[in-house]
Design a protein around this ligand. Structure first.
Ligand code: ZN
Length: 287
């Protein structure tokens, strides 16, 4: 089976060093395995998105030498696929409508469990839909972070897969699209490590294959917080991509010659020396 990796940013702002590390890391892992590298735009949460950011990210990536093997898949165009997956879960009685508010769930540690609602059904307003999560422990061997184990009922509870306003939750969309794109290895930041058990459980509920997972360390700012669009991480200058690309490669501990000035050539050189076994495990400030 051909290895297939992907980079799946959300268009909540411009590309920053943290997202470039995930893009470069996922690309090198896929190409090192002789596989393909695909793109997906996780644009299913319009209130969090910045107009024009999706296109700006898609335009910027090739300037860093990152060219995918197929046109990007846009989650905003995939509602029918998510609806079909949701209907399969509903037909199997694996989901239930829920009118509980966050404050109502606060007494239970903010967790919804055993399909038991605090709020009464309210026909006057639309419900969220939650997955029934039984007592189950999900274990998987992350290729970088080692064996992971999560008691799903304890740590996630009955999680939302369709929101009150009708949008599908990230966990469902991600699982449906990873299967649709034939992804065999998911390489992403450790901020998503805790989501993986929920995604593996959803894959099992939907009869979808489970890819391998490799969670990369996060790029931290001077205060030790994750670099992110929401913390106003410095947007990358795609008119001068070389310095950021070198920093991303240095963060991932990929040695490259100092004299290469062309991003695609630099990535090509990185591929020659890249060894996934040398990837760092722990989140850190950038070099
Ligand atoms: Zn409820």
């Amino acid at each position: 089976m051909t290895c297939r990796g992907r980079f799946a940013p959300s268009p909540t702002g411009a590309l920053h060093l943290g997202s470039l590390v995930a893009a470069v890391g996922s690309c090198l892992c896929a190409r090192h395995a002789g596989g393909q590298w695909l793109l997906r735009m996780d644009d299913i949460d319009p209130p969090r998105e910045v107009p024009g950011a999706a296109q700006a990210i898609l335009d910027a990536l090739p300037k860093f030498g990152l060219v995918a093997d197929a046109p990007a898949l846009l989650q905003s165009q995939r509602q029918a696929a998510y609806a079909a997956a949701f209907e399969r879960l509903r037909a199997a009685d694996q989901v239930f409508p829920c009118w509980c508010s966050r404050s109502q769930l606060a007494a239970n540690g903010g967790m919804h469990r055993d399909g038991v609602c605090v709020a009464r059904p309210d026909p006057a307003r639309p419900p969220a839909w939650r997955l029934r999560v039984p007592e189950v422990t999900i274990a998987f061997d992350d290729l970088l972070q080692g064996t992971q184990r999560q008691s799903l009922r304890q740590e996630a509870g009955d999680f939302v897969i369709r929101r009150v306003e009708g949008g599908y939750a990230y966990q469902l969309a991600c699982v449906v699209d990873d299967a649709f794109q034939g992804i065999t290895e998911v390489v992403r930041g450790t901020d998503l490590l805790a989501s993986t058990a929920r995604q593996i459980w959803l894959q099992q509920c939907l009869g979808l294959p489970t890819p391998a997972y490799r969670h990369l360390p996060l790029v931290l700012d001077a205060r030790g917080d994750k670099l992110s669009k929401s913390t106003h991480a410095q947007p990358l200058d795609d008119a001068d991509p070389l310095p950021a690309l070198r920093r991303a490669l240095a963060f991932l501990r990929v040695p490259v010659p100092a004299d290469i000035r062309d991003p695609p050539a630099l990535l090509h050189a990185a591929l020659q020396t890249f060894d996934p076994a040398r990837l760092p495990r722990d989140s850190a400030c950038p070099p």
